[in-house]
Design a binder for this molecule. Structure first.
Ligand code: HEC
Ligand code: HEC
Ligand code: HEC
Ligand code: HEC
Ligand code: HEC
Length: 205
């Protein structure tokens, strides 16, 4: 608790400068130095693999999860078997040592987040991760600053979809009024209280 408070105070001090909005801090567009040049563009857009095939926790747990090496090897034991870029994948599979991916979209420890609650209410991946299907190398699409979360929490109605459409990258083609009408239905059905969704304790527990 005491350390949490200290972090919050330091955060407030930093917030006084424009440090918090600089690309250095928001990390938008930053591409990690990955052990394997994994391409969402190839795997999602060209090969049509659904997000949930690799990020299996996304509907059921706080963490989406990164795929274990055997998920890669279901295809790459047959495909591109001699490719140099895949050598670290084969090595990981043979040795049992997991591939160490650099995380590009991560929150500080003092913020609580849960994928399943968002995904099950119909908040699409693209709302927070952008057009992953167009990224040859993965980068952060949104700053994940507090304001980003709060904007939606104060008025989520226009930004919800049927849960079976959450991994779709393309817009649904709804008008703003249609989207809002749908979202208001979801909010009513699940008794989502948008008056309390920006309380500090929702995200800082
Ligand atoms: C369902 C099949 C499938 C799975 C699972 C899969 N890949 Fe691939 N991968 C492909 C195909 C098909 C290609 C050929 C790329 C293309 O579309 O041109 C490819 C190409 C690649 C390439 C070559 C560079 C490129 O993108 O063209 C790398 C690197 C790669 N995959 C890494 C991985 C890693 C790492 C995993 C596990 C996290 C993985 N793949 C899982 C099917 C798969
Ligand atoms: C074939 C497996 C595969 C598929 C399909 C896939 N991903 Fe990934 N994803 C990965 C791997 C491997 C990484 C780690 C390497 C990287 O960042 O590129 C990753 C990383 C990410 C990250 C970055 C997380 C972080 O903090 O570093 C996000 C966000 C993400 N994926 C979202 C998606 C979304 C959204 C979809 C569907 C549109 C999707 N992924 C489909 C394998 C996959
Ligand atoms: C409401 C915003 C939001 C939505 C919607 C969302 N994510 Fe995330 N995602 C995040 C945040 C925030 C993080 C960083 C979490 C952390 O560091 O604690 C993250 C992290 C990830 C990671 C990194 C690994 C992990 O275990 O968390 C992957 C992979 C990922 N998201 C995939 C997805 C996929 C796939 C979808 C859609 C099915 C999705 N996300 C929907 C906000 C979102
Ligand atoms: C596009 C809309 C949207 C964005 C962006 C978004 N959220 Fe949410 N979030 C929701 C909705 C809708 C709910 C309500 C789910 C419910 O109560 O059924 C929710 C619920 C939550 C909850 C769970 C509250 C509980 O009752 O346990 C947490 C925690 C949370 N969000 C954190 C975050 C954080 C942190 C971010 C930013 C990184 C974020 N959210 C961004 C729409 C969003
Ligand atoms: C919907 C989620 C959410 C809610 C609600 C929320 N926060 Fe935050 N907060 C965040 C996120 C995400 C960050 C991380 C920002 C970053 O990494 O730059 C953050 C960071 C902070 C920081 C660190 C400095 C900064 O501004 O980046 C302080 C202080 C803070 N929150 C205080 C509060 C207080 C006080 C409330 C209630 C009035 C609150 N938060 C409500 C998500 C939330």
């Amino acid at each position: 608790m005491a350390s949490g408070l200290a972090i919050v105070l330091v955060g407030l001090m930093l917030g006084a400068f424009d440090y918090a909005n600089s690309p250095y801090v928001t990390a938008v567009g930053w591409v990690g130095d990955q052990p394997v040049p994994f391409s969402h563009k190839h795997h999602v857009a060209d090969d049509g693999i659904d997000c949930r095939y690799c990020h299996t926790g996304v509907e059921t747990s706080p963490n989406a999860g990164l795929p274990p090496t055997h998920t890669c090897m279901t295809c790459h034991s047959q495909l591109w078997t001699d490719a140099g870029v895949l050598a670290p994948v084969r090595h990981s599979y043979a040795s049992g040592e997991p591939i160490r991916w650099q995380r590009v979209a991560q929150l500080p420890d003092y913020v609580y987040f849960d994928h399943s609650i968002h995904v099950n209410r119909g908040v699409a991946c693209v709302e927070c991760h952008g057009r992953i299907d167009r990224m040859p190398l993965t980068s952060r699409a949104e700053p994940f600053q507090m304001q980003f979360c709060l904007e939606c929490h104060r008025d989520p109605a226009g930004r919800l979809r049927p849960p079976d459409q959450v991994t779709r990258m393309e817009p649904l083609g709804w008008t703003e009024a249609e989207a809002r009408r749908f979202g208001e239905g979801v909010i009513a059905a699940h008794h989502i209280n948008t008056k309390t969704l920006d309380n500090c304790g929702i995200c800082h527990r």
